[in-house]
Ligand binder design. Structure first.
Ligand SMILES: N=c1c2ncn([C@@H]3O[C@H](COP(=O)(O)OP(=O)(O)OP(=O)(O)O)[C@@H](O)[C@H]3O)c2ncn1[C@@H]1O[C@H](COP(=O)(O)O)[C@@H](O)[C@H]1O
Length: 118
């Protein structure tokens, strides 16, 4: 499949994954890889906080802009960790049809059993 056939997030991921081993003087993404996983994780955290602030302020334009920043840095984090968006899609698909409330209740029951409370 060519990169042109991919959707937005997959296309962004293909671009950033292709920057691995690239010239840090030519590519911001390549430069980020050379800084390592802790720096990439820090950038994701920063962008997530900036998005949360935009959401708290109900600033729609900033929500869009910060979401784009977050998705870009998240894509770099995935590529750096050898995770493919397909892995995330598979996880989401496995959760389809499972209510978040039911999943949380099941986790709570498991935790109580483990702690001998049940
Ligand atoms: N989507 C993005 C994208 N979004 C944000 N950014 C960059 O992410 C940086 C984040 O801003 P910051 O102020 O936090 O960066 P900073 O000041 O360098 O941060 P520190 O490293 O100092 O913490 C900016 O330099 C943005 O330009 C992006 N850089 C690249 N892309 C995509 O990745 C492709 C490849 O880019 P290069 O790797 O640069 O060729 C581009 O064509 C785009 O499609």
């Amino acid at each position: 499949m060519s990169k042109d056939d991919l959707g937005g997030l997959d296309r962004l991921f293909a671009t950033v994954a292709a920057r691995k081993g690239g010239d840090p003087a030519q590519s911001y993404t390549a430069k980020l890889y050379t800084k390592g996983s802790a720096k990439i994780a820090q950038k994701v955290g920063e962008e997530a906080v900036e998005l949360a602030i935009a959401a708290a302020l109900e600033d729609r334009d900033e929500i869009i802009s910060e979401s784009a920043d977050l998705l870009y840095h998240l894509s770099v984090l995935w590529a750096n960790a050898d995770v493919d968006p397909a892995d995330i899609y598979a996880k989401l698909e496995a959760r389809e049809g499972q209510s978040g409330l039911a999943e949380k209740a099941a986790r709570k029951n498991d935790g109580e059993k483990k702690n001998g409370l049940r």
